[in-house]
Design a protein around this ligand. Structure first.
Ligand code: 9Z3
Length: 325
């Protein structure tokens, strides 16, 4: 069994490490557009003026981050995540009345698209006569449901989708989102299901051009990605309700690791899951004890996210009540 060292409990990420990560990251391309979308979204969903809606807002992160090996990137290291957890959770949070900022890896599973075939454009549509195109009847129910539910979330303005690819983009956008949600106080929630790289190549030490293979075996040293969870809790959005995920493939260390994350990063909940059984059950770890949440096996197609989000919403309501807002 992996030995978990005491230092893992007590070491906090030094601010200098976090600052140097951001200072040395390549600048975010669409920063103005992202900030504009965030401002518009917050204005629509949360305002102190009485005649406007005041809603709970959750930032859901989804999919894996990449670590480029070259600045003009041909090769990269990836973190596994299909995005199913984030997409399904988005649907359940919207159903529960939350507004959702969905920070997702480009190309991964999207809300309301889970029951569509792998290649929806080509498989769901067919040529009906010479000039028209229609929905293949085999998929018409799934398409109708996906389109109408997605459209109502978009028209209502309760779903904002922001894509990322690299670890640099992910952490920079997460910071922008957190700072824009700061004023929501305890109505804000972070549900951090993205699979985030632990190691990366700092931009300034990265080769610009494609690494050449004739130089023999590749020998490279990866730096540790500073953990941003503590700075999210302490500085970016100190009143927000924060849930992180812990993924392991060895069940023997899963709960121990989740306990460490709960204490070290002062999370309100840690959702512990094992790779092979992640769609069947998760264990919610919090100060008040552990709760195992299962998918309802008697209902075909039932998701583990359904009871999971129900539990989280209950806990968030208690948190809002206790914090007096
Ligand atoms: C998770 O544990 C997610 O539940 C999964 C979902 C990635 C397993 P899918 O997208 O899978 O439905 O295919 N996410 C967090 C993974 C992670 O990187 N956690 C870090 C860690 O375990 C903490 S931030 O150290």
């Amino acid at each position: 069994m992996d030995e978990i060292k005491d230092s893992e409990y007590f070491q906090e990420t030094p601010y200098t490490e976090i600052k140097s990560f951001f200072d040395s990251s390549p600048p975010l391309k669409d920063v103005f557009e992202i900030n504009r979308k965030l401002e518009e979204f917050m204005e629509r969903n949360y305002s102190s003026s009485e005649n406007k809606r005041t809603r709970r807002v959750v930032c859901i992160t989804s999919g894996g981050t990449t670590v480029p090996l070259e600045q003009r990137c041909v090769r990269y290291i990836d973190n596994f995540s299909s995005g199913h957890r984030g997409a399904a959770s988005t649907e359940y949070f919207l159903k529960a009345g939350y507004s959702v900022i969905f920070l997702y890896r480009r190309g991964t599973c999207q809300p309301y698209c889970r029951s569509l075939p792998d290649d929806p454009l080509l498989e769901c549509f067919e040529i009906t006569d010479k000039s028209n195109i229609g929905v293949n009847p085999a998929h018409s129910e799934a398409v109708k449901k996906a389109v109408s539910e997605h459209h109502s979330a978009v028209i209502e303005g309760s779903l904002l989708k922001l894509p990322f690819t690299t670890i640099f983009e992910y952490l920079q956008i997460l910071q922008l989102i957190a700072l824009s949600m700061r004023s929501l106080g305890s109505s804000a929630m972070f549900y951090l299901a993205a699979a985030v790289s632990d190691f990366y190549v700092p931009w300034e030490t990265m080769t610009v051009h494609k690494i050449q293979s004739q130089s023999g075996p590749l020998d490279m040293r990866l730096a540790q990605v500073p953990k941003m969870l503590s700075v999210l809790r302490k500085d970016w959005a100190p009143m927000a309700f924060c849930i992180s995920f812990k993924l392991e493939t060895d069940t023997k260390i899963l709960l121990e690791k989740a306990d460490i994350a709960l204490a070290k990063y002062k999370m309100h909940m840690v959702v512990a899951n094992e790779l092979l059984t992640r769609k069947e059950e998760v264990i919610v770890v919090s100060k008040s004890g552990n709760i195992t949440v299962h998918r309802d096996k008697n209902q075909p197609g039932a998701d583990v996210e359904s009871p999971l989000i129900k539990l989280i919403v209950e806990r968030h309501s208690e948190y809002i009540k206790d914090s007096g807002s």
